[in-house]
Design a protein around this ligand. Structure first.
Ligand code: NDP
Length: 231
């Protein structure tokens, strides 16, 4: 049974990943900032004993470490880590930039995933063919940007892409496949209602990529059809 940790699991793409992994009989650790408010996860919990909720705010290293200790009570290894939690404050330009929002974006979208990898490293090393999937964005692709797409979110995803490469080449993570993955433009609270993909479609694509992943993809930035995304 695959053991999967998903951050930001109480809505959007994260929640859909939880559902699809439960359908595939995985053991799912669902990270969420406030389990009391995670109504959809609680509903799933009733019918899925393989689902465990972890309180985890990825902007807070103590919270990540506490979640790790909680996870150790449930599993002795993790096979898949989805760094999915993310924030996007939306419209901004050079005239209205807010320092705190820029820093918080970096903290949640780039530093958080690396700290989750740091604290869950030992559990991942005990996993079977472990994989870290950093949910990135085409907005973080420097070479692809041909129009203004803001600062905070795109900058934080570009940082996440670099951290993904760093993690892939860090000898301390030897044996773990690390990738960045663009989930497509998805109709969630973040993606908005005009997005062409539904969360089930995006999550199905993500699962498809992850299920076919080989060491040849280590350190790459992929899309949900499995092709390589330009950095
Ligand atoms: P949503 O806004 O729907 O969900 C974001 C999730 O992240 C929520 O569960 C939220 O929890 C959680 N989260 C936010 N901050 C934190 C934090 N500090 N600690 C823990 N969890 C946190 O977004 P999506 O589902 O659309 O996005 C999922 C991922 O996909 C993100 O990384 C996003 O950048 C990426 N992405 C999405 C695209 C899209 O079109 N939707 C396109 C490209 C990339 P809470 O409910 O508590 O706020």
């Amino acid at each position: 049974m695959r053991r999967v940790l998903i951050t930001g699991a109480n809505r959007g793409i994260g929640l859909e990943l939880v559902k699809q992994f439960l359908e595939s009989d995985a053991y799912v650790l669902a990270g969420c900032r406030d389990p009391r408010m995670a109504h959809d996860l609680h509903t799933l919990e009733y019918s899925h004993p393989n689902l465990k909720l972890l309180r985890m705010d990825v902007s807070d290293e103590n919270s990540i470490d506490t979640a790790k200790k909680q996870a150790q009570g449930f599993v002795d290894g993790i096979d898949l880590l989805f760094n999915n939690a993310g924030v996007n404050f939306g419209e901004e330009n050079i005239t209205n930039l807010i320092t705190e929002e820029m820093i918080y974006c970096l903290q949640v979208n780039a530093i958080g995933p690396i700290l989750v990898a740091k604290h869950f490293l030992e559990l991942l090393k005990k996993g079977s063919k472990p994989i870290i999937i950093n949910i990135s964005s085409d907005a973080g692709s420097i070479s692809n940007i041909q129009e203004f797409r803001g600062y905070s979110y795109s900058g934080s995803k570009a940082a996440l892409n670099m951290y993904t490469r760093a993690l892939a080449f860090d000898e301390s993570t030897d044996g773990i496949i690390v990738i960045a993955l663009h989930p497509g433009w998805v109709s969630t609270d973040m993606g908005g209602s005009s997005a062409p993909l539904t969360p089930p479609e995006s999550a199905a694509g993500i699962l498809n990529v992850v299920n076919r992943l080989t060491p040849a993809e280590h350190g790459k930035f992929l899309t949900i059809d499995g092709s390589v995304h330009p950095w």
